[in-house]
Design a binder for this molecule. Structure first.
Ligand SMILES: NC(=O)C1=CN([C@@H]2O[C@H](COP(=O)(O)OP(=O)(O)OC[C@H]3O[C@@H](n4cnc5c(N)ncnc54)[C@H](OP(=O)(O)O)[C@@H]3O)[C@@H](O)[C@H]2O)C=CC1
Ligand SMILES: CC(=O)[C@@H](O)[C@H](O)COP(=O)(O)O
Ligand SMILES: [Mn+2]
Length: 381
């Protein structure tokens, strides 16, 4: 039985992780879970999965939750609660599925505590890739990708030598506004932006898919996960999200990983790696699908992807700034405070304003993350 902990148990990845556990209860034991503000759901999860530890965002909610779940389950809150869920229990593996760079500190704490990581929270690697990968190597833990594209590449790499990769190609669905011109993006609504064509995900990543920031974060995530230079990472538009990504090797042989768009497949693979077991998902029927489509990526239509490549290539503190500015810009868009196209204006302004800095310490990363957030929040149009 594998003992796991989940950061973000009430989110899209968190609930799908618990769905996997529910499907194979003999395989997993949930030691600890963390939620933010969804008290009702975390109470239900605590009753069903009986973890030893639950954490929520605030003290008031912790008190409310403690009164409604079986006695004996410890309830914590805030950053201390996240750190305890990540690092303090007997869990062997942490599913890191908070949204945003708030996942960085608890994910690092879990690594330092010797736990394997199932990584959904890509912002952690974007914001502090060199710190996270150094800690992973020093502690000898496994960093197992949950993000569908990175799970695909990881699966394609089984038994292959990384030195024999010519390039990897990450597929992008194009998000909710794939077929609109830039002119047609003026005045789009939050509700429209939240309609992803293929995946049901949290609000922040769904907006990131529409701006193509998600693909930008994934390019930087792939750089750190697979040790690839940015010249060897390509992005292609693939509207169906059936090919999750592929690798071309030096002999021009190409290996791809395919499947219906369902995150429970990569989540379970991270939980059970290197073994595979049945999942409660549907089988891929290529004959029924008939055709798959591909298009060259248009970096003028999607400037956030261009800025992501530039930020990754600049390295140092720049990806931290790109990510933090985007997090604030997306929150402002979701609140109705700015328009869709102003998300990219905010990222660009933060990148222009920041001072590049190579090899930042974790303290400087946290400081610059805060600087970029304050800057992105201060911009008026
Ligand atoms: N969803 C998907 O299919 C995919 C997601 N990812 C990545 O996985 C991560 C999670 O995404 P997703 O599951 O969609 O996001 P969701 O928004 O659905 O879930 C986020 C989780 O984080 C919790 N949370 C948010 N704010 C706080 C806070 N201040 N304190 C404590 N907990 C908090 C939420 O709690 P609550 O709801 O209780 O407030 C929720 O459990 C992201 O980094 C995303 O990019 C990667 C690939 C696919
Ligand atoms: C499911 C998953 O991994 C998401 O990150 C997905 O990739 C979003 O889709 P697009 O960013 O390709 O629209
Ligand atoms: Mn993805």
């Amino acid at each position: 039985m594998k003992k796991i902990a989940i950061l973000g148990s009430t989110g899209s990845i968190g609930t799908q992780t618990l769905d996997i556990v529910q499907h194979s209860p003999e395989m997993f034991q949930v030691e600890a879970i963390s939620a933010g503000y969804n008290g009702e759901l975390v109470i239900e999860q605590a009753k069903q999965f009986r973890p030893k530890l639950v954490s929520v965002a605030t003290k008031a909610l912790a008190e409310e939750v403690a009164g409604q779940i079986p006695s004996g389950i410890k309830v914590l809150y805030g950053e201390e609660g996240l750190l305890e869920v990540a690092a303090s229990t007997d869990a062997e593996l942490l599913v890191s599925a908070l949204v945003g760079s708030q996942g960085l500190k608890p994910t690092l704490a879990a690594i330092e505590a010797g736990k394997d990581i199932g990584l959904a929270n890509k912002e952690t690697l974007v914001s502090a890739g060199h710190i996270v990968t150094e800690a992973v190597a020093r502690k000898g833990v496994a960093l197992l990708p949950i993000d569908s594209e990175h799970s695909a590449i990881f699966q394609c790499l089984n038994g292959e030598k990384r030195s024999q990769i010519a390039q990897i190609t990450i597929t992008a669905s194009g998000g909710s506004f794939r077929d609109r011109t830039r002119e047609q993006l003026v005045g789009v609504t939050v509700a429209d932006a939240l309609k992803h064509p293929n995946w049901s995900m949290g609000a922040k990543i769904t907006i990131d898919s529409a701006t193509m920031v998600n693909k930008g974060l994934e390019v930087m995530e792939a750089h750190w996960l697979f040790g690839l230079s940015y010249e060897d990472i390509k992005v292609i538009l693939h509207p169906e999200s059936v090919i999750h990504s592929y690798i071309e090797f030096v002999d021009h042989s190409v290996i791809a990983q395919l499947g219906n768009p369902d995150m429970r497949v990569p989540i379970q693979y991270a939980l059970t790696y290197p073994d595979r077991y049945p999942t409660p998902t549907s089988r891929l029927d290529l004959a029924a699908i008939g055709k798959l489509h591909f298009r060259e990526m248009d970096y003028i239509r999607f400037p956030c992807l261009r800025m992501a490549f530039e930020s990754g290539q600049q390295g140092g503190i720049t990806p931290t700034v790109y990510n933090a500015a985007n997090e604030v810009a997306v929150a402002r868009f979701l609140k109705g405070d700015i328009s869709f196209l102003q998300i990219e204006n905010i990222i660009e302004a933060a990148l222009n304003e920041h001072e590049p800095h190579a090899n930042p310490t974790i303290e400087f990363i946290h400081e610059q993350d805060q600087w970029a957030r304050a800057f992105a929040a201060s911009i008026r149009f």
